[in-house]
Design a binder for this molecule. Sequence first.
Ligand code: MG
Length: 387
Amino acid sequence: MRIIDVCEVTKPIASPIRNAYIDFSKMTTSLVAVVTDVMHNGRRIVGYGFNSNGRYGQGGLIRERFRDRILEAKPECLMNEDGTNLDPHRIWAAMMTNEKPGGHGERSVAVGTIDMAVWDAVAKIADKPLFRLLAEMKDREADPRVFVYAAGGYYYPGKDNSALRAEMRGYLDRGYNVVKMKIGGAPLDDDRARIESVLDEIGSDAQLAVDANGRFDLETAIAYAKMLREYPLFWYEEIGDPLDYALQAAISEFYDAPMATGENLFSHQDARNLLRYGGMRADRDYLQFDCALSYGLVEYLRTLDILRQFGWSPSRCIPHGGHQMSLNIAAGLGLGGNESYPDLFQPYGGFPDGVRVEEGHIVMPDIPGIGFEGKADLIKLMQELAE
Ligand code: MG
């Protein structure tokens, strides 16, 4: 059993939206295929992955470093003990040969993208949905019913509060009961009016989370905390710079309700620093580490170990990114749910065809691998790359 190729293509996922920090008009993603020599029912097993959204495609790093390290490794060094499947941990170690610690930069995105494709291949070789494989691996019961929330509420040229309300109403009509909107891309009083109009629209049908995308300095973060605490919000997300743990800790003095952060922390060491120094509260706050941006599931398993050491339940994790990889981790390892972008980042994000949101939850279908074969528009793009 061996990996015979690792293919990458950089694809646009552009849209004319913006949050408090960036616009997405030039956003790209890497699509990766891990091609094996394993055949099932006359078909070659190929694992697929992509790098979530919000960082750019990583074709340079993948082609110049990580692909070659996999292809140059002895095939037996990339397999599990009994030789029945690929071993994602050993493949990860091969990719990270001659990489210094720290300074994670964007190599974590390149490795996370390949790692997603490796797990897809591993679950396909085992002929099981990844979430069931993960549950078995950790000796636990899979729960195919996963909480999802609708992330939107971006700033968009010409978008007024009635358009924002209509957007949120649309998510409720599609079965969501938690919705999220951006803040920090307009003056505080404008954001207050946006929040009030959304709360007025959703009433008691849903809860609202707000996301500042790391924009605020301490003074602005406190001003917003004082404004936001007047409203019954689901969470206050990514308040200041992702690496400013002291700022995060300071805000807990001004804001009792749940906060969320972590989508721009790309290693278990950074996650540990957040828990050590960020003042995050295990009884109410949420952690949003996205494996596709942060060295993949091999690393995410280390992050979950750190959480346990610090007294956090995996159910406090609701990853960023809206991809099926995190849905599998949620269903298999008991995370609290997953982000979802109902109208954005297609065809990469979202669910297999036919999966509907009901009362804020989806049910994972039993498709071998991550489930990409169940999403017609996505698997078509993937197969163009490698099959
Ligand atoms: Mg966010």
